[in-house]
Design a protein around this ligand. Sequence first.
Ligand code: ATP
Length: 248
Amino acid sequence: PAEDTILSVNNIEVIYNHVILVLKGVSLTVPRGGIVALLGANGAGKTTTLKAVSNLLHAERGEVTKGSIVFEGKQVEALTPNELVRQGCIQVMEGRHCFGHLTIQENLLTGAFTRRDGNAAIKQDLEMVYDYFPRLRERRASQAGYTSGGEQQMTAIGRALMSRPKMILLDEPSMGLAPQLQEEIFEIVRKLNEQEGVSFLLAEQNTNIALRYATYGYILESGRIVLDGVASELRENEDVKEFYLGVG
Ligand code: ATP
């Protein structure tokens, strides 16, 4: 039922530079409180799908030319990225995108830019972020550009949390991180989901880890969803094993 769905992407087509058709009718649904994985090889269209939702395609000369995107029951294609953040949906970009010359704490505070509820609430949320990421508390005065990849990924997620999102679009959280750090990041995703009720749509090339933490998965190939299902079932699917899990 619609009231249990936080995000639905309905048959969207995305074209870059007026000619390059990259998404050829993608549909997916994120249930409220769900963790949904969008899987696929490099270039399949995962980032494009997330950016279509958060309306970040214009900067890359991309546009949604068909279909609709509904967040919290409202069509959102016409919203700016910041308006969407105010509605409760925020993207954490691939490659983390911290401000290298700012401290970790300053980076986190930039995430509160859409809020109008005053400093006390923002300070309280900063503490909440530090409770989830004790390492960021320790390193809060360090310049982000000099921290590790894991710390930057934590900072990027922490920054998104400062907008008090209902939903986070998380692009390749595991990228470039050692396996143990990947687990740490995904454990925090799970905790945020369970304790704060944040819904997640996460794009991952690392099918293995994504399907261990997600509840549901979609597999994208050349701009089309070719398979979707409950995560535990996808993990047992022969094609997924052979082509995406490296076993078979
Ligand atoms: P990655 O793991 O690299 O992020 P992805 O699955 O997220 O892969 P996208 O980044 O969405 O894939 O790219 C999908 C396709 O769109 C690729 O073929 C890519 O070359 C193309 N593409 C992406 N951005 C642009 C752009 N600005 N202009 C033209 N083509 C683009």
